[in-house]
Design a protein. Structure first.
Length: 314
């Protein structure tokens, strides 16, 4: 995803909140103080050891994925991303390493231009257990002639990936709560494609709190790709932590699948302790079914898996 400038206008007002979150996340156990929008502490150890590469079922969709997805769209725009700019050889190496480590969930988008790269990387590899998530960019821009619907886009996605089925297809980057009306044709055509088996689940990726709130309750939505970390607007979230968390909890209570993105704040959370705190916050509070991280190297893959395993069993 394209990075956005950080909104710092509320930093001073949020100081006490950040002090609370920092102190709460610093301990080895559950959060010491929990407002009503946080979960009661449930020890991960009490639920058995969990890992980043566990295969989990995404709610009522029945889709099975690794808990950690390999993203392919860091700094992505105009059918290009930091991942595709690695070139085929390095992209192949990255995807092969992720697969070999047990990551079976691949997060793509038309915006990133990553479909042909994924197809090349999977050449000769078994696809039986790999889940594809991709996204339709519902705008016409210099690089994209949007059809207004979903059928031509999904047909092209399937050709580019050499697959019959896109497991999850999202409308990309919803920025207001009017998306069901503004993109009704996309919704209707994705429903038709789901009925025919070309797509297994549908939903939206959100870059606006209003869009997220609508997605949390709208009957059309199966899956929400949501920006979540322990910092809020300071690290590429749609709103403050206090505003976003209740919406995610409501969405999960409504049976929506939540896939977390921007866990490391689109590159804003770089220190080890920041990454660990964000992962612990997301998983201790049961905010997601899975997460996607745009890991750019084999070292980042290994580091993310290790940190995630630690957070899942804190």
């Amino acid at each position: 995803m394209t990075q956005h400038p950080l909104d710092t206008k509320n930093i001073h007002n949020d100081y006490s909140r950040r002090r609370f979150l920092g102190a709460a996340l610093a301990g080895a156990g559950a959060l010491a103080v929990r407002p009503e929008w946080l979960s009661p502490g449930v020890s991960a150890a009490a639920m058995g050891r969990r890992t980043a590469t566990d295969i989990v079922t995404l709610g009522k969709t029945g889709i099975k994925v690794s808990r950690l997805a390999q993203g392919t769209g860091y700094n992505g725009t105009g059918r290009s991303s930091a991942h595709t700019r690695l070139g085929e050889k390095e992209f192949d190496k990255l995807i092969h390493h992720s697969l070999d480590r047990g990551i079976t969930f691949l997060d793509m988008a038309d915006l990133y231009g990553s479909h042909p790269y994924v197809r090349h990387a999977l050449n000769g590899r078994s696809r039986d257990k790999i889940a594809f998530l991709s996204k339709i960019w519902p705008e016409t821009q210099y690089w994209n002639a949007f059809s207004g619907g979903a059928k031509p886009e999904i047909d092209r996605f399937r050709r580019e990936l050499d697959t019959d089925v896109i497991d999850i297809c999202l409308m990309h980057c919803m920025r207001n709560g009017r998306w069901p009306e503004e993109h009704k044709r996309v919704c209707d055509e994705l429903d038709e494609l789901k009925a025919k088996g070309a797509v297994r689940a549908v939903g939206v990726s959100c870059h606006d709190l209003g869009a997220l709130k609508v997605a949390a309750t709208h009957p059309w939505t199966d899956v929400i790709l949501a920006r979540i970390n322990n910092t809020g607007r300071e690290a590429a979230m749609d709103a403050s932590v206090e505003e976003v968390v209740p919406v995610l909890k409501q969405a999960r209570a409504n049976g929506k699948v939540i896939i977390g993105m921007k866990i490391f704040g689109a590159g804003a959370l770089t220190r080890p302790e920041q990454k660990d705190a964000s992962l612990r916050f997301v998983f201790e509070n049961e905010l997601v079914d899975a997460i996607t991280v745009g890991m750019l190297s084999t070292e980042q893959v290994d580091d993310t898996i290790a940190r995630m395993n630690k957070a899942l069993n804190a």
